[in-house]
Design a binder for this molecule. Structure first.
Ligand code: PMP
Length: 395
């Protein structure tokens, strides 16, 4: 049953079925798009296209309605139980989303002597906005202190014990990551909440979780204040993303207005992508991807030529366990002798598209390259087995 479910799902991605000789293993960078998303875009552009927020005729009104519906859809998709209090902004991706939180919220709410905790070894997009916010505040004469979220390289998780010590009476904000874009583990946000207490806002970089596994802000284990994600990694068009803000800890993120022309096509594609993911079942997507990643890591561990980065061996494919104990669809490794760009080149000569250059990790040494395999619902066990055969031949 599982095999045919997967075949049916995979068949809905035209770019995948058009290239059976290739295997797309770079979904952490951006995802492929199902036919339903392409259809929604085509329908919108051929029946409705107009500017939003200022219309006196049906196409413009319908465009405005679609954008408002997409906002409600994001809340629903994230399991928001108090949608009347939250805000959704559409962005071009996670980078712009985190900048929005920094610029429109953080800079407005910190005072002299406040401290914020941010990750120094996650995606750079989740460090630079906070440094910029500190700079902007300093220009206004407000000095804030940035502390690093303590980190454990071995497990690829935050050091939750050290975290409790890093939290002080002036801690006003924490930026964290949901699933790490290099190590593929869940960063145990519930432990961050436990360490900082009930009043400190937490901003979650959910670029590698929304659309890949259930992300439900109504769940007490995910008591965060901002969820920032990329629509384009969740099956929607390039140049899409969103910020969801809970607005209950401290002042609200101001509502998105109608200044400027929004990326209407992108928002329409995001609406269709979330509908599609719900219809397929994001929990099934997660289970599928976890099984593939576990198959890859289990066998890769037996090949001495390879070293898996920050891969907690304790992560499992047991879908009955909470997501925090499961491996997600990202596996990063290096060959002990073959440089990553050579490995990337060899893999592509066999049809595998992987990430083989900079992984945009803050603080990482770019020369020390590694290869990242990242998966989505269209990938198959057969692709993983073919990849392993090629990797084993390079031992
Ligand atoms: N954060 C994480 C964890 C990511 O994986 C990425 C994309 N690689 C980003 C932020 C940046 O996302 P975007 O390209 O949509 O701005």
């Amino acid at each position: 049953a599982d095999g045919s479910w997967q075949q049916q799902v995979r068949a809905q991605f035209p770019i995948i079925t058009a290239h059976p000789e290739l295997a797309y293993l770079d979904s952490a960078a951006t995802s492929q798009k199902p036919q339903a998303v392409l259809d929604a875009v085509q329908t919108y552009l051929t029946t409705t296209n107009a500017n939003a927020g200022r219309g006196t005729y049906p196409w413009a009104n319908r465009t405005t309605e679609l954008i408002e519906r997409a906002r409600e859809r994001v809340k629903e998709f994230l399991g928001d139980l108090a949608p009347e209090r939250s805000t959704v902004h559409f962005t071009s991706g996670t980078t712009e989303g985190l900048r929005t939180v920094a610029r429109d919220w953080l800079v407005e709410h910190l005072t002299d002597g406040d401290e914020i905790l941010v990750p120094f070894a996650d995606h750079r997009a989740n460090l630079e906005p906070w440094l910029e916010a500190r700079r902007l505040l300093a220009e206004r004469g407000t000095e804030v202190r940035i502390r690093a979220l303590p980190y454990q390289e071995v497990s690829g998780d935050y050091d939750h014990r050290a975290l409790a010590e890093a939290v002080g009476p002036r801690t006003r904000f924490v930026a964290a990551t949901h699933v790490h874009h290099v190590y593929g583990g869940d960063m145990n946000v519930h432990r961050i909440r436990a360490a900082v207490g009930p009043d400190v806002p937490i901003c979650l970089d959910a670029a590698q979780s929304v659309g890949h596994l259930p992300v439900r802000v109504g769940d007490p284990a995910l008591d965060v204040d901002f969820v920032v994600f990329s629509g384009h990694k969740a099956l929607a068009l390039p140049g899409t993303g969103a910020v969801w803000a809970r607005n209950t800890r401290g002042p609200a993120l101001k509502p998105a207005g109608w200044q400027g022309t929004p990326n209407t096509v992108g928002v329409v594609s995001l609406l269709a992508a979330l509908d599609w993911l719900d219809a397929v079942g994001v929990n099934l997507v997660a289970a599928h991807v976890t099984r593939l990643a576990t198959r890859l890591t289990d066998r890769l561990r037996r090949l001495d030529a390879y070293e898996i980065l920050g891969c907690p061996a304790s992560l499992t494919a047991d879908t009955a366990l909470p997501t925090a104990q499961r491996r997600h669809g990202i596996v990063t490794f290096r060959h002990r002798e073959v440089p990553s760009d050579d490995l990337g080149f060899i893999l592509f000569s066999h049809g595998f598209m992987v990430r083989a250059d900079s992984l945009c990790q803050a603080g990482a040494d770019e020369k020390d390259g590694s290869v990242r395999v990242s998966l989505h619902v269209y990938n198959t066990a057969e692709e993983i087995d073919r990849l392993l055969t090629v990797l084993a031949s390079l031992e």
